[in-house]
Design a protein around this ligand. Structure first.
Ligand code: SF4
Length: 125
């Protein structure tokens, strides 16, 4: 039995233009992509359709520092369906100052091959 051809729409988040993308596909098999204005948009449509990923940015608690919260992010995009779980994991994380930008806060989170790293310096008090 063949999978019917359908069109799924995505909003490109590659730049502020926010192009409307259309992916014509049979399940995971892509036949055509429309609406992009640059290669980045085409690549985004393919990724969004086959393996959607996001970079998580959030904060974790700090003790002994000049700030109470440390901004962090995943160093590589992770599967979109894992973002909420990781955000919940990070709510339980506390780090001790001093912290430097790029310090690894959690290595290889959830076995996804991406670490969570600090995105600013925080001095100890
Ligand atoms: S397709 Fe290109 S121009 Fe359009 S929103 Fe995406 S990155 Fe921007």
């Amino acid at each position: 039995m063949s999978v019917p051809i359908t069109v799924t729409k995505y909003l490109c988040i590659g730049c502020p233009l926010g192009c409307s993308l259309e992916v014509e596909h049979s399940g995971q098999q892509i036949h055509d992509i429309r609406g992009y204005q640059c290669k980045r948009g085409k690549d985004f449509a393919i990724s969004e359709h086959t393996d959607p990923r996001r970079t998580l940015t959030t904060t974790v608690r700090v003790i002994g520092g000049t700030e109470r919260r440390l901004p962090v992010k995943t160093e590589k995009p992770i599967p979109r369906d894992k973002v909420l779980r990781l955000r919940d994991e990070l709510r339980r994380v506390t780090v001790k100052a001093p912290i430097r930008t790029g310090d690894v806060i959690l290595p290889d989170v959830l076995g996804l091959g991406s670490a969570v790293v600090a995105t600013r310096d925080i001095k100890a008090v």
